[in-house]
Design a protein around this ligand. Structure first.
Ligand SMILES: Cc1cc2nc3c(=O)[nH]c(=O)nc-3n(C[C@H](O)[C@H](O)[C@H](O)COP(=O)(O)O)c2cc1C
Length: 196
């Protein structure tokens, strides 16, 4: 079949997936007023866009006005699922709240299922210890949602990457890690697309 496809200049689904640009969502995990996540998300998007290897977009949970699971059937739930379905992979911008992820992110994770499955994700976290504890909690949740989380995990410190804990001034040393994480997210997102 592949010989005939080649002969007649047809491309297979696998060949299309190998060449097309993937859609990667940069998901802001916090929704509180005064949150720092938009600064971090925009910084990651700026680095990602320079690579030109995928379509990167900021996905802000706050825009969807999601109710808590089971409380109401708001239109935001369908819109949230539709947005996730458009995406091939994710970068979670994760902040540490009481040694874990935010309630807003957990609720947003719980409000979809198939739209998460068989996709890849990277994590960029921040907190007093780089948000490491929140990120490790998130990895456990991602396993249940069949999201393959990549190894490289940039960790940002509230003390050394933010001025006065509020204005984001990342150290240069994070740049290589962000790019390595994005390399891994792209490779795994592409691979997983072949089985969806
Ligand atoms: C409810 C709450 C709990 C927090 N708990 C922790 C914590 O356990 N560890 C930590 O490093 N930072 C903690 N912080 C500090 C946050 O990581 C910091 O405020 C960060 O800016 C929050 O992200 P955001 O600005 O995007 O909301 C907490 C902040 C809040 C609001």
């Amino acid at each position: 079949m592949s010989f005939l496809n080649k002969l007649f200049g047809k491309t297979t689904k696998e060949e299309e997936i190998m060449t097309e640009k993937l859609n990667i969502g940069i998901i802001l995990g916090s929704t509180r007023q005064g949150r720092l996540s938009p600064q971090v998300g925009e910084w990651v998007k700026g680095i990602a866009d320079q690579r030109g290897d995928a379509n990167y977009e900021i996905v802000d949970i706050a825009d969807f006005k999601l109710p808590f699971l089971g409380e109401a059937d708001a239109p935001g739930i369908a819109a949230w699922n539709e947005k996730l379905a458009e995406l091939d992979g994710f970068v979670f911008i994760v902040q540490e709240y009481n040694h874990s992820i935010t309630g807003a992110l957990k609720n947003a994770l719980d409000l979809a299922r198939e739209a998460w499955n068989n996709k890849a994700a990277g994590i960029v976290s921040y907190g007093s210890t780089g948000g490491a504890r929140a990120a490790e909690h998130l990895r456990g949740i991602l396993g249940e949602l069949m999201i393959a989380d990549v190894r490289t995990h940039p960790t940002l410190s509230l003390f050394t990457d933010f001025e006065n804990g509020t204005v984001f001034k990342p150290q240069d040393l994070h740049l290589d890690n962000i790019n390595l994480m994005l390399d891994q997210v792209n490779t795994w997102s592409r691979a997983l697309k072949t089985i969806r």
